[in-house]
Write a protein that binds this ligand. Structure first.
Ligand code: FEO
Length: 170
């Protein structure tokens, strides 16, 4: 059985993952409109992954005798002035998610909830990957800057990475 405290924190995370999915979806739609198919495909896929992160938490809360909450979400507020600002926001968002997962781990440990602690390890690993991916993309974008040819090539790279199921970090 989950403690009140743990349940509340997990429900907050459910909301955060759902909002992450919306953020990636908004970015995907923007990239698609702008004609960057590769970036859009990558973002659509990430959006789906965030939804799975949300679902996994929701099912866990219910499985442990708690009640998962499907709450209203904040509209993604993104600055689309450049790819650089967009990807910086993405990276900063993932850093925020990692901090939130770490807080959950703290709550689980301090409440001696070892089952939830164990469950959360998947998210700890996932965040290492998500942060690394966001950082690699950000570094690439920093190199390219606003160079149109560079962005075109980058978009192609993203298309191949997404189509082949490869992680861009590899
Ligand atoms: Fe599920 Fe990207 O955090």
């Amino acid at each position: 059985m989950l403690s009140e405290n743990m349940q509340k924190a997990l429900n907050n995370q459910i909301r955060m993952e759902a909002e992450s999915s919306q953020i990636y979806l908004a970015m995907a739609s923007w990239a698609e409109i702008k004609g960057f198919e590769g970036i859009a495909a990558f973002m659509f896929k990430q959006s789906d992954e965030e939804r799975l992160h949300m679902l996994k938490l929701l099912k866990y809360v219910n499985q442990r005798g708690g009640e998962a909450v499907v709450s209203a979400l904040d509209e993604p507020r993104l600055d689309y002035t450049s790819f650089r600002t967009l990807f910086r926001q993405l990276y900063e968002h993932e850093v925020k998610v990692s901090a939130s997962i770490n807080d959950l781990v703290d709550i689980a440990l301090s409440g001696k909830d070892y089952a939830t602690h164990n469950f959360l390890q998947w998210y700890v690993s996932e965040q290492i990957e998500e942060e690394a991916t966001a950082k690699v993309i950000l570094d690439k974008i920093d190199l390219i800057g606003d160079d149109k040819g560079g962005l075109y090539m980058f978009d192609n790279d993203m298309k191949n990475f997404t189509a082949n199921g490869h992680n861009i970090v590899q």
